[in-house]
Design a protein around this ligand. Structure first.
Ligand SMILES: [Zn+2]
Length: 249
């Protein structure tokens, strides 16, 4: 087995460094070797192969969060509310608020849309979003309106929201998130004509810094006809308005 083919802890030990490396360090080393970007908003599921690996990463993150609590001078030994906090934080990051980094994308079965009576119109789906800003690790919550002009295949309606949530459950910037969702929807539907509009509130503006409780951020990404054709663009925003008039607030 060549040096590059070695996996897991062996690879790290083979680099003349650690005897007992953290799995997180091993994976980080591999991603650097492969020039794989691993920013907060990137999916790294190719490197977290199974639940066993994820469990180990959660154990390691628990240890690190314990150190953070110690440095914050929080008595995690006697304070009953802080006893399991380090593990709760580690599990929450891996399984919930950043789950979209470690899990592969949702499986989107595509249905052909190429018969004579195929759907040729616009489709707009409203998706609830929960995300986290990568600058402050504060919650971001809002809605995405995802529009496409139907191409040669269609995916189930719930898949739009699954894709949006998979992109959102990472450390993100709203601008990047808008791009990510548009790109993944375009991939899953084979449609070059995609529009994504996001409205969201940001914990980092509400709970700290400017403390602006009613701040709302809007971002739009328009591709293909949504960008180039004024009629399509208008229809998209008219649809969003119709959805907003209908949606419970
Ligand atoms: Zn922030």
């Amino acid at each position: 087995m060549s040096e590059n083919k070695k996996t897991g802890l062996d690879a790290m030990a083979g680099e003349g460094g650690y005897q007992e490396a953290y799995l997180a360090d091993v994976i980080r080393f591999k991603m650097k070797r492969d020039n794989k970007r691993f920013w907060a908003g990137d999916n790294i599921s190719d490197y977290v192969l199974d639940d066993k690996m994820k469990d180990q990463l959660i154990d390691e993150a628990t240890e690190a969060f314990e150190t953070v609590l110690d440095r914050l001078l929080i008595d995690r030994e006697n304070d009953p509310n802080s006893k399991g906090t380090a593990r709760r934080l580690a599990k929450m990051y891996f399984n919930e608020i950043m789950a979209g980094r470690y899990e592969p994308g949702p499986n989107c079965t595509a249905f052909p849309n190429d018969s004579e009576d195929r759907y040729q119109g616009m489709l707009v789906v409203r998706s609830e979003l929960r995300s986290m800003c990568s600058h402050h690790h504060q919650p971001v919550s809002g809605v995405a309106y995802i529009g496409i002009l139907a191409a040669q295949k269609l995916i189930g309606l719930s898949k739009y929201t699954r894709i949006a949530q998979w992109c959102a459950r990472r450390g993100t910037l709203q601008e990047e998130l808008c791009n990510d969702i548009a790109r993944e929807i375009s991939k899953a539907t084979d449609s070059k004509d995609v529009g994504v509009y996001i409205q969201a509130t940001h914990g980092c503006c509400e709970n700290r810094g400017i403390m602006a409780h009613s701040s709302l951020t809007q971002t739009t990404v328009l591709m293909g006809a949504f960008k180039d054709d004024q009629g399509t663009k208008k229809e998209f925003f008219d649809n969003i308005k119709l959805q907003q008039d209908f949606a419970p607030r």
